[in-house]
Design a protein around this ligand. Structure first.
Ligand SMILES: [Zn+2]
Length: 327
């Protein structure tokens, strides 16, 4: 664990390091950025540095404290957990943080609380935390990690140092992905898919379903315009197999239509993600108007939102397929 092993996020790392150097470590931080963008890694490395017996601006990875961080057993770094999906309750915050924070650290300088998915804190829980953030014990550091800072109360936000993750440079991501052993094509595919989010790219690269999802998206969208009722229900059945990866599936569908759009606008094949489907894409680009392609992309995004809001899977996908079929 070391800041120098983290790809990108230079500004946040600089902030952490200089706050340690200048002895200005804050009591409360918000790290804001999309899922898989590296928030936990940043928080953990900062926590490890603060607790390290080496007193440097990066963890030494040799002391007792660093060893405990590495095995996930540091008693003074607490990651808040929750039972219910989609909610961190006030009781959970009380037992794990508020009632615990006034007990001095067991063996380190600090007592550090990391709250992943802080957007799941309900208002009661946020108000409860607020009091701790307003009058924290000297040794307390609280880090709220969130992909949606708007869900946090203004009163909470105003008392925290807010650090926003930024997209990672393409060349840095590419170097990392190639270092993982990906070939050029796959590395570029992951790069385009993840849009500056290295965690998302790595997840896709490691996803064993990856090739199956791409094949399925291609097979459905290639023939969507010629599908009859039976074909559509076969397509629905195919997509049901990917229920657990449906967000990736739909993101790839969006990328398909972005390719069609790009081809229509520029005629340039080089930048296509689905290069091997060039002939089909060219036909679709000729067949559809700009508005029509936009409409399809919107429809996929709407389906994504509906599924996130727990809409019925089959109905949502069926409606989507019907919209994609129309011109
Ligand atoms: Zn250390």
């Amino acid at each position: 664990m070391d800041f120098k092993d983290i790809v990108g996020h230079e500004e946040i790392i600089k902030h952490f390091k200089s706050s340690i150097e200048q002895n200005k470590v804050a009591h409360a931080y918000i790290i804001n950025g999309e899922a898989d963008s590296g928030k936990k890694m940043l928080a953990r490395t900062f926590a490890a540095t603060l607790q390290c017996e080496g007193n440097g601006i990066s963890p030494c990875n040799a002391c007792k404290s660093c060893n405990k961080v590495a095995t996930g057993n540091h008693p003074d770094i607490i990651t808040v957990t929750h039972e219910k999906e989609g909610l961190i309750s006030v009781d959970e915050i009380r037992t794990q943080l508020i009632d615990d924070v006034y007990t001095k650290p067991y063996e380190s300088k600090y007592k550090i609380y990391i709250i992943p998915d802080a957007e799941l804190l309900n208002i009661q829980a946020q108000n409860a935390i607020l009091k701790t953030i307003e009058e924290p014990p000297a040794y307390a550091v609280i880090m709220l990690l969130t992909s949606n800072i708007n869900k946090l109360l203004e009163t909470v936000r105003s008392r925290c140092i807010i650090l926003n993750t930024k997209p990672i440079r393409e060349r840095d991501m590419l170097t990392y992905l190639k270092g993982m052993g990906l070939n050029e094509d796959k590395a570029y595919f992951c790069l385009d898919f993840a849009q500056g989010n290295l965690g998302k790219a790595i997840k896709l690269a490691n996803n064993e379903e990856y090739t199956r999802i791409i094949d399925s998206v291609v097979s459905v969208l290639k023939k969507i315009h010629e599908m009859d009722v039976d074909d559509l229900s076969t397509a629905l059945k195919t997509i049901q197999d990917f229920k657990l990866s449906i967000n990736d599936y739909l993101d790839l569908m969006i990328m398909w239509y972005r390719d069609v759009l790009m081809l229509k606008v520029t005629g340039n094949i080089d930048k296509l993600l689905f290069k091997s489907e060039y002939t089909t894409m060219k036909k679709q680009a000729a067949l559809m108007s700009y508005e029509c392609i936009d409409h399809k992309i919107d429809a996929i995004q709407v389906a994504e939102q509906r599924l996130m809001a727990n809409a019925n899977f089959d109905i949502t996908i069926e409606l989507l397929l019907l919209t994609l079929k129309e011109n």
